[in-house]
Design a protein around this ligand. Structure first.
Ligand code: ATP
Length: 314
């Protein structure tokens, strides 16, 4: 598979503070890449560098297999984007806004405009002036504008902001359709894992300007295994019994009274029976799943960072 985006040691400093540090990012053709990181991690700055809106301090950017030189703009025609709050001509209709954008981009196709409006479910209100649109409708219109020139690459900075739960679901299926039916490559940034995990093929985690992990979600799913968590007032005895009597080879002490046992074939019943019979007092014993959230949290924990989890599950 060809790489659509490759950065090499990409770095940006503002007033001698590095906000993007030596990033080597690879986005493959036809994938949805989730760019995950807390507020201020450097996501927008990196995306702006890809678009030539911010000049890198050092490092290289390759788009569509070609190295981007300062001042080159030809590649912009192949990219649709939604970065920062979208701005429209408020007195013009939704359709007119998209048509103007097409003319500006040198891609005028009325059919593509209508198709884009339909994909974001704004067909029906296309003749309304944009000042009558709600925040969520403007967000949809911004996405329609970004795809109306049928770009090969779509850059979306926190695209789900301002949408209600139904709107979020619609956008997820839209992103999948754009990938599967239009062959688009999509880079979506978010500070919420829950927004990314349902659509992304690959996740890049950025923390304090550094890309700390780039991994396919399939690989993560395979490595996030079940475990049994045991709370006991005699952890030493529990560890001894697990290893010597019950044959558990992989376990980890979490704190002074909690152990996690990984990759065991023993059922909860068999474990608790074996421990009790060997004089281990059990406070609780439960099978748990090592979630994606824990996996990503563990990655950034070392740097003291935090990838937010969306408790509401939007
Ligand atoms: N033009 C600028 N001048 C100075 N500092 C800047 C500038 N643009 C961004 N920064 C700083 O760079 C850091 C990274 O900001 P950036 O907007 O890229 O982060 P982000 O991951 O997109 O976060 P958010 O989701 O909050 O936008 C922040 O500390 C920000 O204050």
């Amino acid at each position: 598979m060809t790489d659509i985006i490759r950065t090499r040691l990409l770095t940006k400093s503002f007033q001698s503070t590095e906000v993007v540090s030596q990033v080597n990012m690879t986005v493959k053709r036809g994938e949805i890449y989730g760019f995950l990181g807390p507020n201020g991690a450097g996501k927008s700055t990196l995306m702006k560098m890809l678009l030539g809106l911010v000049q890198p301090t050092s490092g290289e950017i390759e788009l569509f297999g070609e190295r981007i030189q300062p001042g080159s703009i030809e590649f912009l025609k192949r990219i649709g984007h939604l970065i920062e709050t979208p701005v429209f001509y408020d007195k013009l209709t939704a359709e007119q806004n998209l048509e103007l954008h097409g003319e500006y981009m040198g891609y005028y196709d009325k059919q593509a405009v209508r198709e884009s409006l339909q994909l974001v479910q704004l067909l029906g209100v296309e003749n309304k002036p944009v000042h009558q649109f709600s925040l969520g409708m403007k967000q949809r219109l911004a996405i329609a504008r970004a795809i109306s020139t049928k770009p090969e690459l779509l850059l979306l900075d926190e695209p789900i902001n301002g949408l209600d739960p139904e709107g979020i679901q619609d956008m997820r299926s839209l992103f999948r359709r754009l990938r599967d039916e239009w062959g688009m490559t999509i880079l979506i940034s978010s500070h919420l894992l829950s927004e990314i995990e349902l659509v992304a093929d690959t996740v890049g985690v950025i923390h304090s300007g550094r890309l700390v992990r780039e991994v396919s979600l399939e690989t993560v799913r395979q490595s996030t295994t079940d475990y049994v968590e045991i709370m006991t007032s005699n952890i030493k005895q529990a560890a001894f019994v697990l290893e010597e009597k019950l044959g558990a080879r992989r376990f980890r002490q979490i704190n002074s009274n909690t152990l996690r046992v990984y990759g065991t074939d023993l059922s909860e019943e068999a474990l608790s029976k074996g421990l009790i019979m060997n004089d281990v007092p059990i406070l609780s014993l439960n099978r748990r799943h090592h979630s994606l959230e824990e996996y990503f949290f563990d990655i950034v924990k070392g740097g003291g960072g935090h990838v937010a989890s969306d408790q509401a599950g939007a």
